[in-house]
Design a protein around this ligand. Structure first.
Ligand SMILES: Nc1ncnc2c1ncn2[C@@H]1O[C@H](COP(=O)(O)OP(=O)(O)OP(=O)(O)O)[C@@H](O)[C@H]1O
Ligand SMILES: [Mg+2]
Length: 279
């Protein structure tokens, strides 16, 4: 079931601005945790730091159990990628490497169809089987049936940009939820989903045995699926990341209390400062 731990992470943007200051939180085995905060607060950046796509300037990220990642752009793919490419991109590294080797061998055979190229192609297909490629295709068949209503055999060469936003999201969610990775990082998984799709996602996140960190702006999904809220709040010295263990229903009250405590501390500090100045 895996875990994720982010400890004392600082991250500077390329323009030198401190985006995240001393960010720490843990997603324990089997927990479903939501990352919330206004646009631009740093939620996607925090997920990219957690997945290793970006590197923190200080602090550490540790994970166990294998990471499955759905970036925020899924739903708005506009390039040449096919359904197969998208499924390969979220597959385990061994399957991913074997798929790329099959692609390369196919390309080589198209350019020069000699015995060496044919042998290399046969080897790549055999490696595809050894890497669990055919088993992955069985699962992908369930994914395309669920998301698109067609078998993988028919769906695999279709361009992702011809799928609707909701279909793109659903396809990747199906693959990650059915896949081997125990920790899922989902950036706005509910975006583009219609009402039945959102209800499906709520149910999946409630029932899954996986460890999940997801970003969402949807109050209903937050209320239904998250047991812990990690809040990313913009501040001049880098966004403040804090953890509320009580879920969404009590989040706003906890946030108010937090601000009141800060105000109280600031008031005491001002008083103390004024006293010291008089001495
Ligand atoms: N390469 C970059 N150069 C400069 N600024 C950047 C870069 N990448 C991200 N940012 C800035 O970092 C901030 C955080 O971006 P991020 O995508 O993490 O926000 P977010 O919390 O996911 O927002 P949203 O809810 O809109 O998805 C934003 O102000 C963004 O403009
Ligand atoms: Mg984002």
């Amino acid at each position: 079931m895996g875990h994720l731990e982010v400890a004392h992470v600082d991250y500077y943007l390329p323009d030198g601005r401190l985006l995240l200051a001393d960010a720490s939180f843990r997603v324990g085995q089997g927990d479903v945790v939501a990352l919330v905060g206004p646009n631009g607060a740093g939620k996607s950046t925090l997920l990219k730091l957690a997945s290793g796509e970006l590197k923190a300037d200080s602090g550490t990220v540790t994970t166990s159990g294998g990471l499955g990642v759905m970036p925020q752009f899924v739903g708005s793919v506009r390039d040449e990628r096919t359904v197969r490419d998208l499924l390969v991109a979220v597959a385990r590294p061994l399957v991913r490497a074997a798929a790329l080797a099959v692609d390369a061998a196919e390309l080589a055979i198209m350019e020069r169809d000699d015995e060496a190229a044919q042998l290399a192609y046969a080897q790549a297909l055999s490696d595809w089987g050894d890497a669990g490629g055919y088993a992955a295709e069985t699962i992908w068949d369930m994914c395309t049936m669920a998301a698109l209503g067609v078998p993988y055999e028919k769906a695999q060469w279709r361009q992702v940009r011809t799928l609707s936003g909701g279909e793109q999201k659903r396809l990747v969610l199906e693959a990650l939820l059915r896949g081997p990775d125990e920790v899922l990082l989902l950036d706005e998984p509910d975006n583009y989903l219609d009402v039945p799709g959102k209800l499906w996602l709520e149910g999946q996140l409630r029932d899954t045995a996986k460890t999940v960190l997801f970003v969402s702006h949807d109050r209903e999904l937050l209320a239904q699926a998250a047991s812990v809220i990690v809040s990313v709040e913009p501040a001049p010295g880098g966004s403040d990341v804090w953890v509320h263990g009580g879920g969404w229903p009590s989040f706003h009250e906890a946030r108010e209390h937090r601000f009141e405590r800060f105000e109280e501390l600031r008031r005491r500090w001002d008083e103390k400062h004024a006293q010291l100045k008089k001495l």
